[in-house]
Design a protein around this ligand. Structure first.
Ligand code: SAH
Ligand code: SF4
Ligand code: F3S
Length: 451
């Protein structure tokens, strides 16, 4: 256990998106005053929290198989006269809490993404009477008010949730159901959290939201959007880099585009999922943009910030996707030129409109399309990395590298960069000359040894 004051052991396993990573950290913060210190060993844990993801079927199934393992560990601990409380949190808890309790009786409690600030109380109740379960609600504002203001960042980069929920209702997606309606935190609270992080040595924050660019400050009469928030945070001493994720093309407003050209702290990297390059499929997905409008948007963003690295998400095999639709996706990818991307086979999610659509695509076809799509995206990523060879990039060193004497950090474009560098450069932004590029990382040498 890292915290000497801890008397009980907490094991948290996180699935899914960065918001779950943030939530897991905050759950540890909520539980620390009760004496829980984080352990990496589930078998030795007094409390296990699975922070789950419902986005695709595989993600959900993983939770049930993990719970099967945990049940055995719980029994083993019981044999030694020790207890293990098992809590399931996150989006699967929200979507199918009752099913979890039914399928796996070893689970003591289930808590949705907007209710984890109540964990201490729930755990106490579960210890009194097994089977206690929280009715999941969407009172996100209450959650943030109830969380401890204190965070214990473990590095020089940190996530900061600014917005939650989604009103877009893409027909394939569970997020509007698991995370509720779009809701933004007050700018003042976000600034306070960012300042506290900067005081603890954090140099880079990534602002998080399921639709982060739909951010609208509730405490700003002018309805300050994400651009205003970015400008506000950029003024904080010590906070040198700002990123944000994930954005919807529909909410990419002029102010935010302009900020990319003007705010030095805003990193030249944008994750802007398009999902498909076929207008027919985009319409069936309820994406509210076309391939053309997405391409024009990218043009505008590149006019503001020519070197910006674009990243995206893609789904292949959405119901009704014909070969020609898939080809249109490949064509869009060729036109954009992605620096990185995430791509998935369409997964049928219970309760979503697309699950009931005609024209579900055979798994073999999805496999074939995904392989072709990924080959193209990997080619583009390799080309983007190669284009950095010989350039000098400012790298924020975050941690020790795999080899002694080596540090690893990130370029402004979010590429991993490793270089031989002394430990004292950890947490510093240092010019590094890139001398070789691989698909997933860059290798470089310090441009000038700083004294
Ligand atoms: N709010 C973000 C992230 C949503 S989830 C956004 O709108 O981009 C992250 C990605 O998972 C999505 O962009 C989409 O590409 C993928 N995804 C969501 N539902 C899916 C499903 N049913 N099957 C396959 N991929 C899915
Ligand atoms: Fe899901 Fe679409 Fe909302 Fe993203 S914008 S979270 S893909 S419904
Ligand atoms: Fe998964 Fe929920 Fe995030 S479904 S992707 S953990 S919002």
């Amino acid at each position: 256990m890292s915290d000497p004051a801890a008397t009980k052991r907490l094991y948290i396993k996180t699935y899914g998106c960065q918001m779950n990573v943030y939530d897991s950290e905050r759950m540890a913060d909520v539980l620390a005053p009760l004496g829980y210190g984080v352990t990496e060993d589930p078998a030795a844990a007094d409390l296990v929290v699975l922070n789950t993801c419902h986005i695709r079927e595989k993600a959900t199934e993983k939770v049930y198989s993990e719970l099967g393992q945990l049940k055995l560990m719980k029994q083993a601990r019981a044999g030694e006269g020790a207890e293990m409380t098992i809590a399931v949190a996150g989006c699967v808890a929200q979507a199918e809490g009752e099913e979890i309790m039914r399928r796996q009786p070893a689970v003591d409690l289930v808590v949705g993404p907007q209710s984890y600030h109540q964990l201490p109380e729930l755990i106490a109740r579960a210890h009194r009477a097994r089977g206690e379960r929280l009715a999941a609600d969407f009172a996100a504002d209450e959650k943030f008010d109830a969380l401890p203001t204190e965070r214990r960042p473990t590095g020089v980069t940190a996530f900061l949730t600014v917005q939650e929920g989604c009103d877009k209702f893409c027909t394939f997606c569970v997020v509007p159901y698991t995370r509720g309606a779009e809701w933004s935190r007050p700018a003042e609270a976000i600034e306070a959290e960012a300042r506290a992080l900067a005081e603890k040595g954090v140099r880079e924050v990534t602002l998080l939201g399921q639709n982060v660019n739909a951010y609208a400050a509730p405490d700003d009469e002018k309805g300050g959007g994400l651009a205003a928030l970015v400008r506000r945070l950029a003024r904080i001493d010590g906070l040198d880099r700002i990123r944000y994720t994930t954005s919807h093309p529909r909410d990419m407003d002029e102010a935010l585009i302009a900020a990319h050209g003007e705010v030095e702290e805003l990193m030249p990297y944008l994750h802007l999922p398009v999902q498909s390059g076929s207008d027919k499929v985009l319409k069936a997905m309820n994406r509210a943009h076309t391939a053309e409008s997405y391409l024009r948007l990218i043009d505008k963003i590149r006019a503001a910030r020519p070197d910006i690295a674009i990243s995206g998400d893609f789904i292949v095999g959405f119901p009704g996707e014909r070969d020609a639709d898939f080809e249109a996706t490949l064509q869009l990818i060729r036109e954009v030129g992605y620096a990185s991307a995430f791509s998935f086979k369409y997964s049928r999610r219970p309760g979503t409109p697309a699950a009931a659509m005609q024209g579900q695509i055979a798994e073999a076809v999805k496999d074939e399309r995904l392989a072709r799509l990924q080959a193209l995206l990997e080619e583009q990523q390799a080309a983007f990395n190669l284009s950095q060879e010989g350039r000098v990039l400012p790298v924020l060193f975050e941690k020790a590298g795999r080899h002694p004497g080596q540090l690893i950090g990130r370029s402004p474009y979010l590429q991993a960069v490793h270089a031989t560098a002394p430990d004292r450069l950890l947490g510093q932004i240092v010019p590094v000359r890139v001398d070789s590029a691989a698909r997933n990382s860059l290798a470089g040498v310090l441009e000038l040894e700083t004294a």
